[in-house]
Design a binder for this molecule. Structure first.
Ligand SMILES: [Zn+2]
Length: 135
């Protein structure tokens, strides 16, 4: 699906995440010391404060922890996408991420529903964005 949206600010710690999205990979960080898996990227582990971190590809599978549908009052960056659904998703790897949730009127989201990550490209910027869909 082609989208046209405001692009994110990319800094040195998030650049690998955005680059791997172009390959269809959703990346998480894993601590080499305590094996805690987390998102977004940080320079130290939020559990043990180690700086020994590696990127790890997520399965893309998760379940909806919570969600909301924005039907009006979106900021300018998301106005063209209205109505849209944002979900807090618990990934198989154990960490939670916010993500855009695509669904049709015939399939409404529910807490605990299984989702899978897919990818959308913005043809104007070349950015690839993760989106989640009901399984
Ligand atoms: Zn750690």
């Amino acid at each position: 699906m082609d989208v046209n949206r405001t692009v994110p600010f990319v800094d040195w710690d998030s650049a690998p995440f955005w680059e791997k999205l172009k390959e269809g990979k959703f990346m998480l960080m894993e601590c080499s010391e305590c094996h805690h898996v987390f998102f977004p990227a940080r320079i130290i582990c939020p559990e043990c404060w180690s700086s020994a971190l590696v990127w790890r590809e997520a399965s893309g599978n998760g379940v909806i922890y919570s969600f909301t549908t924005v039907e009006a009052g979106a900021t300018a960056a998301f106005e063209l996408l209205t109505p849209y659904t944002i979900a807090l998703i618990t990934l198989e790897e154990g960490c939670r991420v916010f993500g855009m949730l695509r669904h049709g009127a015939e399939r409404t989201p529910a807490i605990g529903a299984q989702v899978r990550c897919d990818f959308e490209i913005d043809s104007n910027s070349g950015f690839v964005f993760p989106v989640f869909g009901l399984v």
